[in-house]
Design a protein around this ligand. Sequence first.
Ligand code: GLN
Length: 499
Amino acid sequence: MTALALAAAVRSGARTATDVLEEHLAVIDRLDGEVAAFNLVTAELARAQAEAVDAAVARGEDPGPLAGVPVALKDNLCTRGIPTTCSSRILEGWRPPYDATVVTRLVAAGALVVGKTNLDEFARGASTENSAFGPTRNPHDPSRVPGGSSGGSAAAVAAGFVPIAVGSDTGGSIRQPAALCGVVGLKPTYGLVSRYGLVAFASSLDQIGPFATTVADAVACLEVMAGHDPLDSTSIPEASPALQGVLADGVDGLRVGVVSELLGEGVAPEVATRTRQAAEALAAAGATVEEVSVPATRLGLSAYYLIAPAEASSNLSRYDGVRFGLRVDAPTTGEMMERTRTEGFGEEVKRRIMLGTYALSAGYYDAYYGKAQRVRTLIARAFAETYADHDVLLSPTSPTTAFAFGAKTDDPMAMYLNDVCTIPTNLAGHAAVSVPYGVGDDGLPIGVQVLAPALGEAVMGRVAAALERSAPTTPPPTLGSRPADATTSGTDTSAEGVR
Ligand code: GLN
């Protein structure tokens, strides 16, 4: 059942939030051992929230647009008094003293927080293999990755554990796992959703956004989370856009450009084929569709892998054994910090710290970081020119379907190439969404990406909804059929516990 259908049932009194919650917790309890989407299931918190929703309905009040909807949060979103690990050892034992703004808004809208989902450590990665808790499995095939870094959130929605999950996207971490897991994943315009309480990766790129099984559910969640927040200085002043009402408007007369550079080298033929089919479907629905060249998009990856690590190395300097989580004792403060960071951070995070520190160091700053910033400006200009005569752009989300565990862990470049289609959007600060569009030769989901200019969420939503209406079906995952001894231990939903 969709989030909107569940909320309608709860708001009308047809179902209780408690009943909806228990049903979802039972599925998580039974099947998360096969997926490992959750770092923590917050059953008691969700039960208290469900009771509050049911009490509001009993009083004749409207508990909000997401009344009784179970929601999972990527474990880099702060939750007051509840462990927030970023799937890193270095935050072991840390409990934030406040909720992220998106958490406050979701709960105020009636949503129930059922848990914190697994991610690549500090959101660096594209497979959820860089997690101190071990990997999350793709619900469509347990031998494949769910994508990343928000792999737990994408898998939780794909597995039917929750109708809505929240993730963060710095270079593709919502859209790429959404594509690999066959769900909708939306990265809003930079500044549309407050990042207060999101543990920072690269502050000039990070955005929070929803995962859902339908475009309507994704935008319903976005409507709740969006809007100005004085606690985030990068939050834009505009009011939250109304999106649900435009989804049925169709695409008649819209101008769609299919980005040639993102259909070529490195993109699997089956993925390119699905993207072309999506473009044809939009043309059949009345849009003007043409291929368009945006050469600067090819520069995105190299600029991103200087800018993002540079910002990351700075943001990660605060984990020094003094204020947060892990501390490995040593005779001097300097040694304590060194040992804490050596033991607390995983390999990929260390690689990013070194890359970023190098890019920012005196003597290399202009050649690397400065140059990358100029490339970023070029990309923004190229998009601005393209959007002068296109309403939206279309591309694959991920160059391939879900890959096998270990396939890219020894080759960082191969892993980084996963985000070749998603990164340009982040560098420009624009919006983009991945919509499931059938499966590849291996039977695994493929996502098509709709890109829009800043604050273009409404037109992007119309195109995404049209794609959804025309999409070949993605068969649902078949969980629960694996023998019990092939699964890891089930997630304990009876109490609060970190797995
Ligand atoms: N895969 C990219 C990276 O590793 C993007 C991650 C993200 O969007 N958080 O940096």
